[in-house]
Design a protein around this ligand. Structure first.
Ligand code: UDP
Length: 330
């Protein structure tokens, strides 16, 4: 099967591409390389530089490569950026997504796995969060993903699209070959490791007055390889699970101070830190119920202990302290 992976040069898209290839799928890797890295795209994938904002470019990819299914990772994903620049998020995550859906319909491609997010829930009133929890996102990132989930349900009703939505909690960790490297890094675990390596002077902890046991935010970290596995399972059962949303998390939350402690143990280094004000748009606690993904798709996290997540990220970071080489071209 030929799977079109959008955002295939990004962190999760590149590792899911690697995982798909290892399972015998062919991968058409689409990315505009605005945030992604050409060097992250697995060499066995067919790379297409294209932008979901430009319909003619998407059309060309579909006409030439004839995908059978799509995994849609491309989009804007930083909460803090979304509160500064909401229009970028609505353009990329909604308008770009609709352009992709229309190309799928034109080309009779009826299978889609969509990357959504825990940010669609907002501040949870129950933890762990089940999929039918109320949706009141508190930032434009979460709102843009929720609107697209609603749009998908219309395409299913009116065009016969089969889709499944995967709402990731905090993706983290690395494969042997690929890891997390954003041009401007904002994510906790890579920044903690940057501080361990002395690449930044200290880790800033955003907020010490949240209603959590130690006052810092609690998140559910999930290994990117376990996320990749959830995608393949959803694709392989797409007709059975069409229209469904699944959390992808580990049902276990860790505070920022707990992540720092674990990282100090794994790296054997003291990690300088300082407390800073809260970051706008951050809920206090996000922890998934993973029950549905397990019950319906038989998924079990294989790599998502906090130690394995940080160890894999640390191994990758030591080999690639400055991320991917930008010199690579495809
Ligand atoms: N965080 C932090 N310092 C940093 C980066 C992140 O304190 O340098 C906090 C952030 O406020 C949030 C948690 O770590 O509570 C996870 O943030 P991240 O950006 O990794 O993922 P998000 O939860 O936004 O998807």
């Amino acid at each position: 099967m030929n799977v079109l992976v959008t955002g295939a040069a990004g962190y999760i898209g590149s590792i899911c591409s690697e995982f798909l290839l290892s399972r015998g799928y062919q991968v058409i890797a689409l990315d505009n390389l605005q945030e992604g890295h050409a060097a992250a795209v697995p060499p066995a994938a067919t790379f297409c530089r294209a932008d979901l904002g430009i319909r003619s470019q998407i059309e060309e990819v579909f006409s030439h490569h004839k995908p059978d299914a799509v995994m849609h990772f491309a989009g804007e994903a930083l909460v803090a950026k979304s509160v500064r620049e909401p229009s970028t998020f609505y353009a990329a995550n909604i308008a770009g997504g609709v352009n992709l859906l229309d190309a799928m319909i034109r080309h009779n491609v009826k299978k889609l796995i969509f990357s959504s997010t825990a940010a669609t829930y907002g501040e949870p009133h129950t933890v762990p969060i089940p999929e039918d929890h109320s949706k009141s996102p508190i930032n434009p990132y979460g709102k843009s993903k929720l609107r697209f989930e609603e749009i998908l349900s219309d395409y299913r009703a009116y065009t016969g699209l089969h889709y499944a939505t995967l709402r990731y909690f905090n993706a983290a960790g690395a494969s042997a070959e690929r890891g997390e490297a954003h041009r401007v890094e904002t994510h906790l675990i890579p920044k903690v490791l940057d501080a361990a390596l002395g690449l930044i002077p200290q880790l800033e902890i955003f907020g010490s007055d949240y209603p959590t046991p130690d006052g810092t935010c609690v998140r559910d970290y999930i290994h990117v390889l376990d996320i990749a596995d959830s995608h393949v399972r959803a694709l392989e059962s797409i007709e059975k699970v069409s229209g469904e949303a699944f959390n992808v998390g580990n049902s276990r939350g860790f505070s920022i101070l707990e992540v720092l402690d674990a990282a100090e143990g794994i790296t054997g280094r003291k990690i300088p830190r300082k407390f800073s004000p809260r970051r706008p748009g951050d809920p206090a606690v996000l922890v998934a119920s993973k029950e549905k993904l397990h019950r319906i798709l038989g998924w079990q996290a294989q790599h998502s202990s906090l130690d394995e997540i940080i160890t894999s990220a640390w191994t990758w970071k030591q080999k690639h302290p400055h991320g991917y080489s930008e010199a690579a071209s495809r």
